[in-house]
Design a protein around this ligand. Structure first.
Ligand code: BG6
Ligand code: MG
Length: 213
């Protein structure tokens, strides 16, 4: 099936919020005395906020935590994270990304966001990218997080396309799994280029223009 829609993951593909996630989780983890480092942070890529917390708590050895305690910890992390996000500006998106998105639109592709983040719309607003997309599917409209395909299936529905007409651009293994299990083309960038399930691999973002002509 010919590709008519392109669905972009946000964190790690269009913007680089890894560091902010790390700093916010680190402060939360330090607060409860649990070990956390950049390697554990890498495992959180594409994973929902609560699922990320559970991964961090694998090393937790303190008093048992109730669901309410966990919700508070996640809320604390998010509060810190959002403060970092407020520092983002349009300069946090490269010209290469903007020019490529503009050219793909010009070529007639419909563009969507497919992100696990509940902060996706806020981030897009901060960096002035909202108007490049025909649809946004994010952590606020899904029940199951990547590697479940739900966020991308919803994005294809929002675009009015079949999953098979969509390609997904992802930096996370979990995101490539979600794309492939949803019946879409999986295009890897960054960390995900090491993953054998990807259909295409990008050295740089503008390589998309050689794939989607
Ligand atoms: C994804 C990130 O985009 O969003 C994950 O890759 C993050 O690391 C997830 O946990 C959820 O983000 P948020 O903003 O809803 O806490
Ligand atoms: Mg990502």
């Amino acid at each position: 099936m010919a590709t008519k829609g392109i669905i972009f993951d946000l964190d790690g593909v269009l913007v680089f919020t890894d560091r902010y996630h790390y700093l916010a989780w680190k402060e939360m983890a330090d607060g409860i005395g649990v070990y956390f480092d950049e390697i554990i942070n890498n495992r959180l890529r594409g994973v929902s906020r609560m699922a990320s917390l559970e991964i961090i708590l694998e090393r937790y050895e303190g008093a048992p935590l109730s669901d309410e305690d966990k919700a508070k910890l996640a809320e604390k992390k998010n509060g810190l994270y959002v403060e970092y996000l407020k520092e983002m500006t349009p300069a946090d998106v490269t010209d290469e990304v903007r020019d490529t998105l503009r050219e793909l639109r010009k070529r007639g592709y419909k563009l969507a966001i497919g992100s696990s983040s509940k902060n996706a719309k806020f981030i897009l607003g901060r960096v002035d990218l909202t108007s490049y997309f025909d649809a946004i599917s994010d952590g606020t409209n899904i029940v199951r997080s990547k590697p479940d395909p739900e966020v991308f299936i919803k994005a294809s529905e929002f675009l009015g396309l079949e999953p098979g007409e969509c390609a997904v651009i992802e930096d996370a293994f979990a995101g490539i799994d979600a794309a492939k299990d949803g019946g879409m083309t999986g295009v890897a960038i960054g960390d995900a280029v090491k993953y054998e399930r990807a259909d295409y691999r990008l050295n740089t973002f503008s390589d998309l223009l050689g794939i989607f002509r």
